[in-house]
Every structure is written in C-alpha cells, then in structure tokens.
Design a protein around this ligand. Structure first.
Ligand code: HEM
Length: 456
C-alpha cells in the first residue's frame, strides 16, 4: 500500500499558520477546466493525478475551485470528522436552487441531523424489502416494450423504471397515474425537465445557477413548473381520507412533527420530496446504464453473469458483483465535497479553514494499490471480497451517506437480474461511451446505447 506515512487530521491553528502548504493547481484557464470536467471528466482527473500527484487544486465542479484528493486516509479524515468541522458543499451545489437551502441534501448542522432522523426509517433496508414486488412489476412492464434488433439508449428506459419506483415509494402513486391527475402532471413534468436538462441551454443555465439560493433564468421557469405540480400533489394528499393508513413517504411526512411539536410546512415538504425524487431516480437509472455499458463491452463478464442468473447457480452473488464493479468503475456521483471549518492537513499539505476539499470517488475507485488493474471491469474481484468503507464509496460516507442506498441497491439487483435473465443484449458500438457531467452526476454520453438480440 502506498498510503502516506501519517494519517491526516485537522491541524492545530498554530501548526496550520506556520505550515500552510497548498497542493499544485491544474494549469489550465478556469473556463477550460470547467469544460473538460463536464465533457471528459475521467480523462481530466486522471491526467491531473498523473501530472500533479495525489492532491491537487481544481477549478471545476464548484465555484471558486476545490482541493481534490483520492487518498483513502484523506477520505476517512473528512467523512468521519465531526459534522460541524466539515459542512457539506451540497449547500453550494447546482441542486440547491432546485431543492431549496433547507432540504436534507443541502442543510448543514442540527437541521440536517433532524431531517435525516425523520427520513431514515422509511429508507431502512427492511422497509425497502416491501418495495421489491413493486420494483419487479415496474421492470417487467418496461422490459416488455423494448424493441428487438433496433438500438436504443438504455438510460431513459432505466429512468422510466426508477421514476415509477420513486413515485410509488415517495408519493404512494401505484403504477402509472391517471392522465389529468395531479400525480400524472408531476410525473410528466419531472420526465420533461430531465430530458430538457441535457440540452446545451440547460447546461448554461446550470452554470448561471451555481452557488445561488433561488433559481434564475430557464431554471426558474422549470422550478416553477415543478413547484406547481408538487404543491398540487401535497394539497390532494392533505385531503385524502385514508392518510393515516398510508405508508408512502409523503403521508409519513404529513403526519411527522419536529422536536418542538410542529408539523412540516408545504414548503418544507416540497423541498424534502423533490430532494428525494431528484437525488433518487436519475442516479439509480444512470448507475444501471453504466453497469450495462461496461458489461456489454466485457463479453466474458456478461457471459458469466447471464449463465449464473439463468442456471440459478450463485445468481445473487454474480448480480451483486456486477453492480458493485459497475459502481466502482463508473460512480454516478464521482465527486463529493466539504468546506472545512478548521485548518486541515492532507498528507504533506496544510490548508486553512474555509478551504473546499473534494473527495474524488472516481480516483479512490481506480487506485492500483486497492484494485489491481483498476481500469479493467472485473466483477469477479468482488466474489471473494467485500467493499471497504473508504475504498468503495459510490454512496459517500459518514453522517451524509446516501439515504437511498438500500433502495438504490434493491432496484439495481431486480433490474439487472431481470435483464440478464430475459434479454440477450449487445452494445451498438464496440468503443466505450465517454463520461459526461450533468448537474452533480456523471452519465454515459450516449445514454448507454444497446440493442436486444433476442428475448428469453
Ligand atoms: C445508485 C444510486 C445512487 C447513488 C450513486 C447515490 C449517491 C449519493 C452520494 C455519493 C451521496 C453523498 C453526497 C455527499 O456526501 O455530499 C448521496 C446523498 C444522498 N442521496 Fe443518494 N445516491 C443514489 C440513490 C439515491 C436514492 C434512490 C435516494 C432516495 C430516494 C437518494 C437520496 C439521497 C439523499 C437524500 C442524500 C443526502 C443525504 C445527506 O446529506 O444526509 N439517493 N447519494
């Protein structure tokens, strides 16, 4: 292992003043860094590590730039630290103008912990078990519609499934909602805005909104559409007669009170619900899309998975291994960040309080010392090994670890298994798809295009 000699820790103020030492910066104009990060993120960060070393300063991802590290010791020091020492950079992320400054994703401090406590039970592994049947139905419905012999992008198809799942879990909307209903309007608005968000205009809008509390421009219009649809669903649910018997998250939140006995306002409900939808469905869909993008370019791995699933020999283990390896090689959220509230030491560098520090999940996942042949897609490496907390972290870690991790894993297991069992798939082209950055996610640039050769 090539870990640094001393585990990094928050340095004392005197030490920090005396020994401030910044890492090298990527030597490209800021605009170009943002462009490269958005268009070719994988090549961009690996080149920076090759040329500058373990820790470097990058002007992309967040306004004002951040120090980036992919060292497990640094990751541990940041993610295991006291939350008040490492407020999350999600408070400054491009999601903030959409989900609001006070949702579980963007809040810091006691408010964040309160919201996590409120939301954890419905996302607990056992609670998720109840969704399995519903996930299987949504998958079956979707797979049946796919054409044979004609290439199409998998990502939007995966999104149709994960949107059904999230709408059902969060809003209690079973199957596809009735046309003209508040639920139907909400679902179509989300779909429409997601499709729109890949356009070049939307990318510009995203940049214009970085660091803002309230949205501007095109994003303002989009958010007001979303708001109208969400508030209509909340109002309809407040009036529902069976509210007390319902187990969906909206109904639970409508009945929940804060520690001082107050219930959540419509605005708070809206922020929380949209956070869960936006954090939950595209991430899971693109994670699945990436795993297929990798599998279809690694025929022996695909063949082993198909055989295990179809013969029912170690099927669950092979499905799990493919998902874990997919998330290692193509983490949909490739980078997460904190703004340290105290001076911080990262190996040989000492940074002042107020520095933004990012964990490059992508870099951690491709360390030669943790993963021999890190760029090879080899699910079998997980058949004998369990992911380590600070070595495999597609869901982040510590007090801000992904709330939806259990749901996302359950969805991926069901969908991957069904696809491996019932479909023979092929990539439309042999060359790998590039990684494109959208909002906070890294997605396959062509949507993981594939074709169904045959159905079983
Ligand atoms: C494969 C799918 C997913 C991936 C890769 C993923 C990844 C992540 C990551 C890396 C974080 C940590 C962000 C940070 O530390 O700054 C996070 C946070 C979060 N995720 Fe996920 N996520 C996924 C699915 C979901 C789902 C399905 C939901 C909910 C339905 C969800 C809800 C959240 C929420 C609410 C947070 C904020 C937690 C907090 O700040 O306390 N995610 N996710």
């Amino acid at each position: 292992m090539m870990y640094m000699d001393a585990a990094p820790s928050p340095a004392g103020p005197a030490e920090a003043r005396a020994a401030l030492r910044y890492p090298p910066a990527i030597r490209l104009p800021r605009g170009l860094q943002i462009l490269r990060f958005n268009q070719r993120q994988i090549q961009f960060v690996f080149r920076a590590r090759r040329e500058l070393g373990e820790v470097f300063l990058m002007y992309a991802g967040i306004p004002g730039g951040s120090v980036v590290s992919g060292h497990p010791d640094h990751v541990r020091s940041l993610l295991a630290a006291k939350p008040e020492h490492v407020p999350s950079l999600t408070a400054e992320s491009p999601l903030r103008p959409i989900v609001g400054p006070a949702s579980v994703l963007t809040a810091n401090g006691p408010r964040h912990m309160r919201q996590r406590k409120l939301l954890l039970p419905p996302f607990h592994g056992e609670a998720i078990d109840r969704y399995r049947q519903m996930i299987a139905l949504a998958t079956e419905r979707e797979l049946d519609r796919w054409p044979v012999g004609r290439p199409f992008a998998l990502a939007p198809r995966m999104q149709a499934i994960t949107l059904d799942v999230i709408m059902s879990g969060i809003f209690g909307i079973e199957s596809r909602p009735v046309r003209g209903s508040a639920e139907h309007r909400l679902r179509s608005t989300i779909k429409y805005l997601t499709a729109l968000s890949t356009s070049p205009t939307a990318k510009l809008g995203e940049l214009a909104n970085m660091g803002r509390e309230e949205p501007v421009g095109l994003m303002r219009t989009a958010v007001s559409l979303l708001d109208r649809a969400t508030y209509a669903v909340i109002a309809a649910r407040r009036r529902a007669e069976d509210l007390a018997e319902r187990s969906d998250i909206l109904s639970l939140l409508l009945g929940a009170t804060t520690e001082d006995g107050e219930s959540l306002s419509d605005r708070e409900l809206r922020d929380e619900l949209l956070t869960l939808v936006l954090a939950g469905f595209e991430t899971t869909a693109n994670s699945l899309a990436w795993t297929w993008e990798r599998l279809l370019r690694t025929p022996p791995a695909y063949e082993r998975l198909r055989e295990a699933v179809r013969s029912d020999v170690q099927a669950a283990e092979h499905v799990e291994a493919a998902i874990v390896e997919g998330m290692r090689t193509r983490p949909v959220i490739p980078i997460i960040g904190r703004r340290v509230a105290v001076p911080w030491r990262l190996g040989e560098y000492v940074l002042p309080a107020g520095t933004a520090i990012s964990v490059s999940i992508l870099l951690v996942h491709h360390r030669e010392d943790l993963y021999p042949e890190p760029f090879a897609f080899r699910p079998e490496r997980w058949l004998e090994r369990k992911p380590g907390t600070y070595e495999w972290l597609p869901f982040g870690g510590g007090t801000r670890r992904c709330l939806g991790a259990a749901l996302a894993m359950a969805e991926q297991r069901v969908v991957l298994e069904a696809m491996a069992r019932h479909l023979d798939l092929e990539a439309d082209r042999p060359e790998p798809e590039h990684a494109q950055h959208r909002n906070v996610t890294m997605i396959p640039a062509r949507g993981a295009r594939a074709l169904v050769r045959a159905r079983r």
